[in-house]
Design a protein around this ligand. Structure first.
Ligand code: MUC
Ligand code: MG
Length: 390
């Protein structure tokens, strides 16, 4: 039995290392909602609820995630044995509709606590447990400039950090976007896999033409070319193109996964813990995809260290992750808010192995970056990095 003693939810705004240009927003910073739960025995768990570009990606914002947790979810936790994560989240689901990102943050914190109490990593609390110790990591080339993207890709290959690249397109004319992708495919050749994400910005007619052209220039995958709620059009596009269509914005957890699979509307699923409504639901989406013969990819909402570690624990349990993952969120930020940064290298991320999420927050950096800042001076190394990125 575990009883909630304290809940602290706050928004952390960390600058990005460069502007990140997406079809629907240009990011200069990432806003992460961190929830920290403590039980009456002093066991602490952390979770993260993060979206992209305010309300431009989905229907939850950093502010709404924080408010849903503080106002509606924490009072439910106060009535539960929070050691029973599944039962607690089932009660939360009865009391709070929707709000998947907020629920994901809370479920993550509960699993972190459960893993710490049991002395095992969160991955051992999901499905059949972990099947791999590291994950292939893609990088997004999204500076908005072809030459700069090629230089960035070359640098990532030379540093052996990434050899899978996702290009953010959909803002410009289709032909212009395809020329940009083609130039990058040509420059990187067979040293890399190049994919695109349109973030729903094409019409079906544009997607019909765009997917055919992308296939011709050597692109491997097209993520969410059209509106995520237009399954009929996704089905038509999937049926008429050899290049696979990956569902991202269309996927809101197991129910939508089943609908997409039944409609043959996608060849690949972007698994995302926040989009799915939590780690358990992500594992269910993966199971539906596998059963339907749909390829799996470990997606991100550009979370910081907490959400990235949580995602890594789930993805480490997925046997067939043929498209790899894109858990590079912390690398896009000027600062990682963990005391020990996640371990990236040799084109992959090591899945943390300590109890719970296997991570710890850096209190100085949190105090500096939290929106309701409580501290204006931090220790020298963190201050140096923060000033460099500001
Ligand atoms: C998305 O739409 O997939 C993931 C990587 C990135 O650059 O943006 C995201 C969100
Ligand atoms: Mg996407």
């Amino acid at each position: 039995m575990a009883v909630l003693s304290h809940a602290d939810t706050f928004i952390v705004d960390v600058p990005t290392i460069r502007p990140h240009v997406l079809a629907m927003a240009t990011m200069h910073a990432q806003s992460m909602v961190i929830v920290r739960l403590t039980d009456t025995d002093g066991v602490e768990g952390v979770g993260e609820g993060t979206t992209i570009g305010g309300l431009s990606y989905g229907d939850e914002s950093p502010e709404s995630i924080k408010s849903a947790i503080d106002t509606y979810i924490v009072p439910v936790l106060e009535t539960c044995d929070i050691a029973q994560v599944g039962a607690t989240m089932a009660k939360v689901a009865k009391c709070v509709r929707g709000n998947r990102f907020a629920k994901c943050a809370v479920e993550t914190a509960l699993l972190d606590m459960a893993g710490k109490r049991l002395g095992i990593p969160v991955s051992e609390l999901i499905g059949g447990g972990r099947v791999r110790e590291s994950l292939p990591i893609a990088w997004t080339l999204a500076s908005g400039d072809t030459a700069r993207d090629i230089a960035e890709g070359e640098e990532m290959l030379a540093r052996r950090r990434h050899r899978i690249f996702k290009l953010k397109i959909g803002k410009r004319e289709v032909r212009e976007d395809v020329a940009h992708v083609g130039a990058i495919c040509k420059a990187l050749g067979d040293r890399a896999s190049v994919r695109v994400d349109v973030n729903q910005n094409w019409s079906e007619a544009q997607a019909k033409m765009g997917m055919a052209m992308l296939q011709d220039v050597g692109c491997d995958l097209v993520e969410q070319p059209i509106a995520g709620d237009d399954l009929a059009a996704m089905t038509r596009l999937s049926a008429t193109h050899a290049i696979p269509l990956m569902a991202d914005e269309a996927l809101h957890g197991p129910r939508t996964a089943l609908r997409i699979a039944s409609a043959s509307a996608a060849g690949v699923f972007a698994l995302k813990i926040a989009q799915s409504g939590g780690l358990f639901a992500t594992a269910e989406v993966a199971a539906i995809g596998t059963a339907a013969g749909i390829g799996l990819y470990g997606g991100t909402m550009l979370e910081g260290g907490v959400g990235t570690a949580a995602s890594a624990h789930v993805f480490a349990t997925v046997p067939d992750l043929v498209w790899g993952t894109e858990l590079f969120g912390p690398l896009l930020q000027t600062e990682e808010i963990l005391s020990e940064p996640l371990a990236y290298g040799d084109f992959s991320l090591a899945v943390p192995s300590g109890p719970g999420l296997g991570i710890a927050l850096d209190e100085d950096k949190l105090a500096f970056f939290r929106r309701d800042r409580t501290q204006s001076v931090i220790s020298a190394p963190a201050l140096h990095a923060a000033n460099a990125g500001a």
